[in-house]
Write a protein that binds this ligand. Structure first.
Ligand SMILES: [Zn+2]
Length: 124
């Protein structure tokens, strides 16, 4: 996997992109980097990373990825952040049978003890 292109679509290798975030070697420096790492974690069904990067106020008790769709592509439309909070507007494409579907969301992130965490998302 490590020499493969990263699932987040950055055109970098997984080992130079989301992998060090997934294995805890690095913390994302921006909310966009966290958004990308969380998308990659969905692609790879890495529920540990998803739970670990979820704000404790809003994280689910447990995460069932058994009906995780067949993710195809992430498109980050915009992102903004200050020192405490950030937002990412993105589209994530997935295959549903022979159709290509799109999830469009504004995600909110908060910094807790120096770490960015996913708080919530508004699906459009
Ligand atoms: Zn990546």
């Amino acid at each position: 996997m490590s020499n493969k292109p990263c699932p987040c679509g950055s055109e970098r290798n997984y080992s130079d992109c989301c992998q060090p975030l997934h294995n805890g070697e690095q913390q994302p420096e921006s909310v966009e980097a966290l958004m990308r790492a969380r998308y990659s974690a969905f692609v790879l069904a890495d529920d540990d990373y998803l739970m670990d990067s979820w704000h404790p106020l809003t994280s689910p008790d447990d995460l069932d990825l058994s009906d995780n769709p067949d993710w195809v592509q992430l498109q980050v439309i915009s992102s903004e952040q200050d020192s405490e909070q950030g937002r990412v507007h993105f589209r994530a494409f997935y295959r549903d049978g022979r159709k290509l579907e799109c999830l469009e969301e504004h995600s909110e992130f908060r910094k807790v003890n120096g770490r960015w965490l996913y708080l919530r998302g508004d699906i459009q």
